[in-house]
Design a protein around this ligand. Structure first.
Ligand SMILES: Cc1ncc(COP(=O)(O)O)c(C=O)c1O
Length: 310
């Protein structure tokens, strides 16, 4: 991770080292925050933020589900993000907006605590590694189940909910794997610790549906569209654990990992144990979309305006 000079915090651009909150911040104690993970890419037309508006829509939706109004409008946050990227001189970077309940009354009722916001940018390599993207990664099925709608809100990208992903990730790393696959409360395949899952069998692509407690991934939506545009049938349906190991190909999608193939699950090779041809095809098309090389998906990039005088 390479740090930036400035962070946007509650309406002001501040130096990286001055971006501080009080230790009694509600979100630090009870996880009352919502956030997004977004990436911007250097393209021939300038820096483009991938599906920026969709990410801000999901941020607003996550906030709503936790009874928070965004303290700045989505348009203000979008413009501030552009400015932050320019101020930090980044061409390609990761973007992390966070909205949280701040310091105020202690206790579980957060409704009287102020809602605060920040946006940070930094340079971040693909989450499961460049090599992982090329050769595929190894995963285990986690002993932890993905949070369900019976106790939390799988559709929200909320801070406290990520303890579930943190535990699964630690467990997978400590047992020698790169990533965890979580099943949902009914035992169906749900998703990775921070990625959606796609399973390919006999040329058809399958991915768990919204009702399987997934996060509605924006990379997932993009890859579904790309796959359909390439003529593949994509079926959103429950996927059983055994189908992972018996698949021809499996891949993960997420803003952090982009599209990363899975080559093994629970020590069983998937297909030939190397990324397969359909995965490769969709990965290449997705990368073209990310880096603005695909006219068909040009409107997925929100171009950062170049400041006048440069
Ligand atoms: C739990 C979880 N599932 C899936 C995803 C993939 O979502 P997206 O493609 O919007 O980054 C993420 C990442 O945000 C995540 O944290």
């Amino acid at each position: 991770m390479s740090t930036a000079d400035q962070i946007w915090l509650n309406g002001e651009f501040v130096a990286w080292e001055d971006a501080k909150v009080h230790v009694l911040t509600h979100a630090m104690h009870y996880g009352t925050s919502v956030f997004e993970g977004i990436r911007a890419y250097e393209t021939e037309r300038g820096t483009g933020v991938f599906r920026h508006r969709e990410h801000l829509d999901r941020l607003e939706a996550s906030a709503k589900l936790y009874y928070m109004d965004l303290p700045w409008s989505k348009e203000e946050m979008r413009e501030v993000t552009h400015e932050l990227i320019v101020r930090n001189g980044f061409k390609t970077c990761y973007i992390r907006p966070l909205v949280w309940r701040g310091h105020g009354p202690m206790g579980l009722n957060p409704l009287d605590n102020p809602v605060e916001a920040m946006i940070a940018v930094w340079v971040w390599a693909p989450y499961l590694g460049e090599e992982g993207k090329r050769k595929g990664v190894r995963a285990r099925v986690s002993s932890y189940r993905r949070i369900s709608a019976q106790s939390l809100i799988p559709h929200a990208k909320a801070g406290g909910q990520y303890l579930n992903s943190v535990l699964a990730k630690i467990e997978s790393l400590k047992s020698g794997y790169d990533e965890a696959i979580l099943l949902d409360d009914k035992g169906h395949v749900c998703e990775g610790s921070g990625e959606n899952v796609f399973v390919i069998k006999d040329g058809v692509i399958h991915t768990p549906p919204q009702s399987a407690s997934i996060l509605d991934g924006i990379s997932r939506r993009s890859c579904i569209q790309i796959a359909r545009d390439h003529g593949y049938e994509v079926v959103e349906r429950n996927v059983s654990r055994a189908e992972l190991a018996l698949a021809d190909e499996v891949f993960l999608t997420g803003t952090a990992c982009e599209l990363t193939p899975l080559r093994e699950v629970d020590d069983l090779a998937i297909g030939d144990g190397i990324p397969g041809p359909i995965t490769r095809e969709i990965q290449a098309a997705f990368e073209d979309a990310l880096y603005g090389r695909s006219p068909q998906y040009a409107d997925w990039l929100d171009l950062v305006p170049v400041p006048s005088g440069t």
